[in-house]
Ligand binder design. Structure first.
Ligand code: ZN
Ligand code: ZN
Length: 283
């Protein structure tokens, strides 16, 4: 168990604890600092910061966005953002609109496949906040169309299946620019999901991302093997960028993943937070 966790989701996106609940849970687990990194939203940060101040837990304001990328899936984390920035709010509102459009497409496709799903079934699961594919998977499972959420993805929701709908994503340069313009620190999330690529290709990608302003790699992550942790860390060190880490905690929506638990947690110390604040100061 480390004392910091820089990748945590709440009910604002697809986690099951509210921002205040997640902060209290982290405190109970003995953590000192967490970052709230909901998908395409910074909405949960305010409550988390309030609660953190009240009970003595540090909060780094954050978010996670999906990035257009041909191979595998690329996510970008943004830390220490100016969550009041009008520029950021406008971009995130745009992404929320993109999500709503995609959700409507998914619902129509499911209904066209003969599934009697109502929008209300999904809305109830999301606490009225952002809706994502995980909520569809849960609804399909609750209604008996699939035995598990994974099966719902495999049968209906994933790429190539009948209810898959693509959506707009910023390209890597735009996504990094968005975080920088919002006074944040752009960090490449869980590089293990980028798809299989040779070390040479991975380094070429990092070099390109660093040129656009990438300032860190999420080296410590539950799905990373010891070899991957070692390798990603060596690449981060080579390019002089930060090594961060987190659990990608989603509460009950991601069983088996607990807050503060990720591979290599003993490597991540509280001094990283100072380094991040300093990094932000320099940018
Ligand atoms: Zn992610
Ligand atoms: Zn995440």
């Amino acid at each position: 168990m480390g004392s910091i966790d820089l990748h945590v989701h709440t009910t604002v996106s697809d986690g099951t604890l509210t921002p205040r609940e997640v902060v209290r849970y982290a405190k109970k687990k003995g953590l000192k600092v967490i970052a709230i990194t909901d998908h395409d939203s910074v909405e949960g940060n305010k409550d988390a910061i309030d609660e953190g101040a009240a009970i003595g837990l540090g909060i780094l304001p954050g978010m996670e966005i999906s990035v257009e990328y041909s191979c595998g899936s690329m996510h970008l984390l943004g830390y220490c953002l100016d969550i009041e920035s009008d520029f950021l709010k406008e971009k995130l509102e745009f992404l929320q609109g993109v999500r709503r459009e995609r959700n409507a497409k998914i619902l129509n496709k499911l209904r066209a496949s003969g599934i009697a799903l109502e929008y209300g079934d999904i809305l109830r699961l999301s606490s009225g906040k952002q809706i994502g594919r995980l909520h569809f998977a849960t609804a399909l499972t609750n209604l008996g169309y699939s035995a598990t959420r994974q099966e719902a993805f495999n049968r209906f929701l994933k790429k190539g299946r009948p209810a898959y709908a693509d959506r707009f994503r910023f390209n890597p340069e735009e996504a990094i620019g968005l975080v920088l313009k919002s006074k944040g620190i752009p960090v490449l999330a869980h590089p293990c999901t980028l798809g299989s690529r040779s070390p040479k290709e991975f380094e070429a990608l990092i070099m390109e991302l660093v040129q656009w302003g990438l300032q860190g790699i999420e080296v410590y992550y539950p799905d990373h093997t010891d070899e991957q942790v070692h390798y990603y860390r060596s690449v981060a060190e080579k390019y002089g960028i930060l090594t961060t880490g987190g659990s990608d905690y989603h509460g009950d929506n991601k069983p088996g993943v607990d807050i503060g638990v990720y591979n290599g947690d003993d490597q991540l110390s509280i001094s990283l937070i100072d380094a991040m604040r300093e990094f932000r100061g320099n940018s």
